[in-house]
Design a protein around this ligand. Structure first.
Ligand code: MN
Length: 753
């Protein structure tokens, strides 16, 4: 008996209920779901939901989650997120309850269709097609992502439920193995959080980012969370002080409003710290205030601006930080007025002003958007967005790996709005160029674009646009796309059209090669047929027949050299084995190493047998949170989990990621860098070098100091044993008089080892 208890404790941490208690728990959760759904229930709905619950509960009966809980608690939780946090209704609840049945149990789509009709069957089918953990290889992940998008444009509820599913999985990720945590988290920040953002689900996006960070950068996450809780009281006091005069003024206006302070998310604070290279204490806008005003539809704008003027009477606004999404809503539907003002004690405070309707859209995104859209003939931004996605997906055979990246930059990025000469507005992703704009107008305008007039000034087609620019495209019939164009367009539409046109061009050129091959073969008495063409493709190892003809046409392959075949009947046969003209290798050609996922590689001991190298993009040192990337030839490459390339690598090459840890080591030193900024003062360099090589006995490899106007900036390359040593050095340097900032330097920015 005692034995059994121990076993269960190991297998099921935190979880040991009897069958009877378990049943009660399930029923209780189910009742909770019904309760929050009650306001939306119509006659007959409850029976349908009960039926879905029964089917799911029976189908998952013997299954358990990694936490040890009965599996059915997961679909119930997903349904609750859909109802409470996304604002979905009865049908989505049924789909949520059934979302894992078809994939994991005997339940079939046909059964669901018979029971609940085609609409629900279609959504469940969409959810089933997106497999849960993308774990094969990169192109499969892109394939999978494409499926998500196809179902998304089909019925947006699929992606909303999928987001709820991902959110619940992230909330319960503690029970997964460490490397699964890394993979799922990186995929979440890479794909799902931007999608949630794009669907206007701000709270869910924020939570997904914070949860991912908890696993990807545990130390930074813990530090910031701790500091936030330590400063909670003080921040609360400050917010109250800030709000008080505004509240009084607002009351006098007779407006009905809510006003409250709101903490910034851990992930956004961390981003700021990294971007600006500052400490937690130096992130200046930790404070944010939200004012929600209950307005009648025709008074919305007026009320928001009235509040704006009232706030800026009290506090000075920062002129470059006014964001007017009232006149120009984001294409995910977001509307609000943001400003940053100087509060008491010289601190910046961000203030967001929006109406209750705008607030609901900001929180519930798409679902709320549709609710308000009904009956209005306002142009639908989501529909437009979906139409664009559909166009790109269906336009061509999207090269899968690129596709993912392209999609992210063109559909999930922040946006700018640019005007045509007639004043029509086009939304484009940030970093779009004049050429992107030309393709956004029409593909024929894009392919013939030779330049642009931006705000009446002539600019090249590669010119980056900014919000508010008015652009006129100049075209010429002689113009046609070239390879270079791909380097400066960001929208998927422009990229695809350019690629199509390049392919078309290649096809035309290849025609000449085809004729040359025909002559050659027939001249030698062989037939110009598929068999012989395939032989040539094999011999020259070109990726395709088209490439063979093309390379012959551009004289990359010289047919005169071709003497090594004999003709048998009308067939050619090669005497010598195939030869290689050019070796074409791509990342995706490499076989991912199928390591069992429980493996944890510990490296860094001097007796180390593992072949590894340290990534040059982030220069990890012992003590950093790191992961290994299985490369071909170079063994394991170690990156910091906060390396600028980390999320991309983990999301795209998940099977090649291995969890790694440093061994304790005091023998080997690692090269790392620091950037130091301070007041230019006689002797400061002396003081710095004194601490480094004198007191701490650390070897300096290089030191450069630039100074001007009383400020100096130095960069030092040093050899340290581990993070502990580096941290101590940073701490000591920071305490020197006149030093403002000391930060870790990524030695070679932008390179990928
Ligand atoms: Mn699920």
């Amino acid at each position: 008996m005692a034995e059994q208890v121990t076993v269960q404790e190991i297998a099921l941490p935190k979880y040991n209920l009897t069958d009877e208690q378990e049943k009660k728990l399930i029923i209780r959760q189910y009742r909770c779901l019904l309760k929050i759904l009650r306001p939306k229930l119509k006659k007959g709905n409850e029976e349908l939901i009960r039926r879905a619950f029964e089917i799911a509960a029976e189908a998952h009966q013997t299954m358990r989650r990694k936490s040890g809980e009965p599996y059915i608690l997961h679909p119930i939780a997903v349904a609750m997120i859909c109802v409470e946090e996304i604002g979905l209704g009865v049908r989505s609840t049924i789909c949520s309850l059934l979302h894992d049945t078809v994939e994991d149990t005997d339940v079939t789509i046909e059964m669901i269709e018979r029971e609940f009709g085609t609409e629900i069957a279609r959504i469940v089918d969409g959810l089933t097609k997106i497999s849960n953990v993308i774990d094969a290889n990169s192109s499969q992940q892109a394939e999978n992502f494409k499926k998500i998008l196809l179902t998304l444009t089909d019925d947006p509820r699929v992606i909303l439920i999928k987001l709820a599913d991902r959110l619940h999985n992230m909330r319960t990720l503690d029970y997964m193995k460490p490397e699964k945590q890394l993979k799922i988290s990186s995929e979440t920040v890479w794909v799902y959080a931007p999608l949630a953002h794009r669907m206007g689900l701000y709270n869910i996006k924020t939570e997904l980012e914070d949860l991912s960070m908890k696993y990807l950068e545990p130390q930074a996450y813990k530090d910031i969370a701790r500091k936030l809780s330590e400063t909670k009281r003080e921040r609360g006091r400050y917010i109250n002080e800030f709000i008080k005069p505004i509240k009084e003024k607002l009351k006098k206006t007779g407006l009905h409003f809510d006003i409250y302070g709101r903490p910034k998310s851990i992930h956004s604070i961390w981003n700021k710290m990294k971007k600006k290279g500052v400490d937690f204490d130096e992130v200046y806008d930790l404070f944010a205030i939200r004012i929600i005003v209950y307005s009648s539809p025709e008074k919305e704008k007026e009320d928001c601006w009235k509040i704006y003027s009232l706030i800026t009477d009290e506090y000075m606004p920062s002129p470059e930080r006014l964001r007017d999404w009232l006149s120009n809503p984001k294409s995910n539907g977001y509307e609000a007025l943001h400003t940053t003002v100087m509060g008491p004690q010289g601190r910046w405070v961000e203030v967001q002003i929006r109406t209750n309707r705008m607030n609901e859209i900001a929180e519930k995104g798409l679902a709320a958007h549709y609710k308000y859209k009904e009956g209005s003939n306002e142009e639908d931004r989501f529909d437009k967005w979906f139409a664009q996605i559909r166009e790109v997906i269906s336009s061509q055979d999207t090269d899968s790996v690129d596709f993912l990246q392209d999609f992210k930059t063109s559909f999930l990025a922040e946006e700018i709005y640019v005007y045509t000469p007639k004043g029509d507005v086009k939304m484009l992703p940030v970093n779009s160029t004049a050429l992107d704009f030309a393709f956004a107008i029409h593909s024929a305008v894009g392919t013939h674009c030779i330049g642009a007039k931006m705000n009446h000034k002539l600019v090249p087609i590669s010119h980056k646009l900014r919000s508010g620019d008015q652009v006129e495209i100049i075209t010429s019939n002689k113009q046609k796309p070239n390879e270079d164009w791909l380097k400066f367009v960001v929208t998927a539409k422009a990229k695809n059209k350019i690629k199509d046109s390049l392919k078309e061009e290649k096809r035309k050129i290849a025609e000449e090669g085809k004729i040359a091959v025909q002559k050659k073969l027939e001249g030698a008495g062989a037939a110009f047929n598929q068999h012989n063409i395939d032989e040539l493709v094999n011999f020259y190892k070109t990726p395709s027949q088209l490439d063979l003809f093309y390379n012959i046409a551009i004289k990359q392959i010289d047919l005169k050299e071709l003497k090594e075949f004999k003709v048998v009947g009308d067939k050619i046969e090669f005497i010598k084995p195939a030869k290689t003209i050019t070796e074409i290798k791509t990342e995706t050609d490499h076989k991912p190493s199928h390591k069992k996922d429980s493996e944890l590689i510990i490296f860094g001991e001097s007796s180390d047998k593992i072949k590894y190298s340290l990534a040059r993009c982030c220069n990890p040192i012992p003590g950093d949170d790191v992961f290994g990337f299985v490369s071909t030839g170079k063994g394991l490459i170690i990156h910091r989990t906060n390396c600028p390339n980390a999320a991309r690598l983990m999301a795209n090459y998940a099977p090649r990621i291995v969890k790694t840890k440093w061994a304790k080591n005091k023998e080997i030193s690692f090269l790392t860098g620091l950037k130091i900024i301070g007041m230019d003062d006689v002797g400061v360099i002396n003081k710095i070098t004194n601490i480094i090589s004198g007191e701490l006995k650390i070897n300096i490899s290089a030191l450069t100091i630039e100074s001007g106007e009383g400020v100096f900036e130095g960069s030092i390359k040093i050899f340290v044993h581990d993070k502990e040593e580096l941290d101590e050095l940073v701490d000591r340097l920071k305490h020197l008089n006149g030093i403002h900032e000391v930060q870790r330097l990524d030695l070679e920015e932008g390179t990928i080892a």
